[in-house]
Write a protein that binds this ligand. Structure first.
Ligand code: ADP
Length: 246
């Protein structure tokens, strides 16, 4: 579903991603872990082109985009790839002046050209799925952080993405609200949604991930099934990182 090859990203002279290779199969949940500042968020943003990679290849489904410093990728290709990914942000990023239902309808109408009726039906179905059918007409400020994030996930799903990208989706939440968001994510994973998740929730990674990828200093240090990474990491940097968490 996704293949990233030799991906580099620099901000001016700061070289942040230093040749990332990563594969995500359809239906897999891949969890990216690593120290703060190691480039996890940047990698995720390069995947849906909120940041333009400096060089390397991003393949998603049937689409292959090649990046290099001296030629830019056509805007139409960028938009097409972006449409195939849904992003869930740490800070929810809901439209504050729209209800939960309207938040889910907006992109469907303006980007996908769906009719209002069709968008509403899909929105209602997804709100039900994340357990918020009874909050459809509430505004973000009337919802708890956990509820807002569940709306954020449903909103990303409303666009029928091939893959969902989660950027630390629970790190802005009070601890008692984390569980309800992880539960929704776990259900999606079990239904076969392809997901790439940056998180510090190691229990979630252990329970849900098909593959855990440890990134440090802009490179993939180690990757493998959770049992291998958490139980028998090969690299000293991975062990040190995991030890610090315990
Ligand atoms: P992580 O998600 O692993 O904490 P990030 O990808 O957020 O790491 O950041 C990696 C590095 O890239 C940090 O040093 C950060 O300051 C830098 N960085 C991220 N975005 C930008 C930007 N837009 N401009 C300059 N530097 C950035």
């Amino acid at each position: 579903m996704i293949e990233i090859r030799n991906l580099h990203k620099s901000f001016d002279h700061l070289h942040i991603l230093k040749g990332i290779d990563l594969e995500v199969q359809g239906g897999e949940t891949v969890v990216i872990i690593g120290p703060s500042g190691s480039g996890k968020t940047t990698l995720l943003r390069c995947l849906n082109l909120l940041e333009m990679p400096t060089s390397g290849t991003v393949e998603l489904g049937t689409r292959t985009l090649e990046f290099s410093p001296d030629k830019s990728v056509p805007k139409s290709e960028v938009l097409a790839l972006r449409r195939e990914t849904g992003m869930v942000f740490q800070s929810y990023n809901l439209f504050p002046h729209k209800t939960a239902l309207e938040n889910l309808m907006e992109g469907q109408i303006t980007v996908l050209g769906r009719s209002k009726a069709e968008a509403r039906e899909k929105a209602q179905h997804l709100l039900e799925k994340v357990g918020l059918a009874d909050r459809a007409d509430m505004y973000p400020h009337q919802l708890s952080g956990g509820q807002q994030q569940r709306v954020g996930i449903a909103r990303a799903m409303a666009m029928d993405p091939k893959v969902l990208l989660f950027d630390e989706p629970t790190s802005a939440l009070d601890p008692e609200l984390v569980g309800e968001v992880l539960k929704v994510m776990k259900e999606l994973a079990q239904e076969g949604m392809t997901m790439v998740v940056v998180t510090h929730e190691m229990k979630f990674a252990e329970d849900v991930a098909d593959k855990v990828v440890f990134i440090d200093g802009g490179v993939v240090v180690e990757q493998g099934p959770p049992a291998e990474i958490f139980g028998a990491a090969k690299h000293e940097r991975t062990k040190q990182f995991l030890n610090k968490l315990n």
